[in-house]
Ligand binder design. Sequence first.
Ligand code: MF3
Ligand code: CO
Ligand code: CO
Length: 278
Amino acid sequence: MVNYIEAATASPKNTGAIRLYGDDAFAGMRKACQLTARCLDEVAALVVPGVATDVLDRFIFEFGMDHGAYPATLNYRGYTKSSCTSINHVVCHGIPNDKGLREGDIVNIDVTYVLDGWHGDSSRMYPVGPLKRAAERLLEVTYQSLMLGIAAVKPGARIGAIGEAIQTYAEAERCSVVRDFCGHGVGSLFHDSPNILHYGRASDGPEIREGMIFTIEPMINLGKPHVKVLADGWTAVTRDRSLSAQYEHTVGVTTTGCEIFTLSPAGLDRPGLPPYQG
Ligand code: MF3
Ligand code: CO
Ligand code: CO
């Protein structure tokens, strides 16, 4: 049994109900998400061999402060950084540190800014110098997975249509979909209902309705889907140490499909890859 509720009148907590947002919320989300996208654009020039992920994280903190935005991850459930930086076999929630990136690494940078109470959540993969073919292919497959998931967002379809589109494509490309983490409702809360699974069947889950706002953020592995979380309590890695990639957008459901709030204003949605052809 799913419950939909007008966001303006809803409890400020996650009660399991699905918020339906109006025009003011869409306008606020557009602003927060575009700030996140601009940050992810600007950080691209900093991702070079030798740079420590701490340096990227500091830039992300400062960029937020300069624009009146707070990084949602800072002090979130004990997390102490302004971003997640997930390198190579790290699936998600990698913690920025003082180690330098190395040529050939792939790193996901995940940023959520809170601006005027609205959460803009997005991540992209950044190549560190030239990549091996397998790594480049994984980035292509993962980006395409995200875009196919987004294309499945339509009022009247179920949330499961997103996961089915992603899983069908990724597995046909001989990759696997991580099951342990999912997308989520987002807006006035960072992590809200519903969960957006990146696998499953089109008949699964609640109906998609106009006004819903959520993230789609598939994690795709070259090897098996299984992950484990390291002793720091955050860093999730592939059990088989195979490479993992992730891209994330925040979207709002419209009458005919969805608006991607976190699209790059600079056309840098997939840094280091050729322009997206659809
Ligand atoms: N931004 C991540 C997401 O896409 C969540 C990071 S929570 C943290 O939902 F605490 F690990 F930073
Ligand atoms: Co997210
Ligand atoms: Co994120």
